[in-house]
Design a protein around this ligand. Sequence first.
Ligand SMILES: *Cc1c(COP(=O)(O)O)cnc(C)c1O
Length: 387
Amino acid sequence: MARSNMATTEQATAPRGAGTERIPFLDLITPHRQLEPELTAAFRRAVRAGAFIGGGEVEAFEAEFAAFCGTPHCVGVSSGTDALRLALHALDLRPGDEVITVPNTFIATTEAISQAGGTVRFVDVDEATLTMNPQALGAAISPRVVGILPVHLYGQPADMDPILEVARQHGLWVLEDACQAHGARYRDRSVGGIGTMGAFSFYPGKNLGALGDAGAVTAREAGHAARVRRLREHGQARKYYHDEEGYTARLDAIQAAFLRVKLRHLDDWTERRRRVARWYDAALADIPEVHRPTKVSYAKHVYHLYVVRVPNRDGLRRHLEKAQIGVGLHYPLPLHLQQAYAQHGYRAGAFPVTERSANMGLSLPMFPELTEAQVARVADAIRAFYR
Ligand SMILES: *Cc1c(COP(=O)(O)O)cnc(C)c1O
């Protein structure tokens, strides 16, 4: 009560703009303004080439992104969701097949499984990393399980070696959901190049974002890549000869041209995100209520999101919004408790680590252009709330 009165008084008396400039959760304006000359040149090149679906820009981007991920094959598609769905088809998912994944992810992960004809089987995540808990896999294995779909959530790679070991023992494939983790590394490998296949999203807010919807599939085997290439274009390898039914799920040439420009900046942006994370880590270290993202020795985290876990999360969220600081929830309701999955009959308590993280997680502003002073202001606002 006193706190909210104080905030109101402050807002009424503080001179406009003095130290109260809004810190956005994400800034999509600044980087694009900086890149405008490069982006417009790429746009002009694509327009003049007159190839709008497929063609040289798409092929060049695929080669460049495959090299970036250290994978032999990359196929550009229309979104991250389509990347997951086409990869699952290419892995020959059949009705009744079960795929193991986690309930603390964006719904695209499980939509892709269901829409490719499979059945979702959840396992809980690890308390420290919030990625798939490999210890939980044993109990979820059944004769119907054909594959494992770990999610490199927030930019933190899942613990892949034990996951790959379980997959090897049971003859399963592994599809990595790398939609939030472009350039993240697990030991000496880049995500998307560790499992059988990988799926990336280039939704504008992702670490590598198009100027619209786009995605990519990575693959180790030429056969899987060829199948995705065919599926993205109505099941045809040769025009009007359809080996199977497919989709309209191609990457636009203009988006590929934009992505080629932005890919050249990705390592720099990633290093800046990691620097922002180090500023947060230091600035929040003296606030005992704040549980910071875990750093693990095997991984290079690329901080798509910087998510803290805190008591009275909703109170802090309102406090930060009032202080002109943009925050987000990723995600407020775990997938197993969503209305869309009510038919599975899961109850609260089924996946306690995921549920705790949904209740306590708060995503702080995170983007490469964030300054140390802005990070300090966020930390000060959090400190003031818990005092
Ligand atoms: C963004 C995202 C997707 C889906 O990507 P779209 O390009 O939006 O279809 C899938 N999985 C995760 C974890 C994501 O964050």
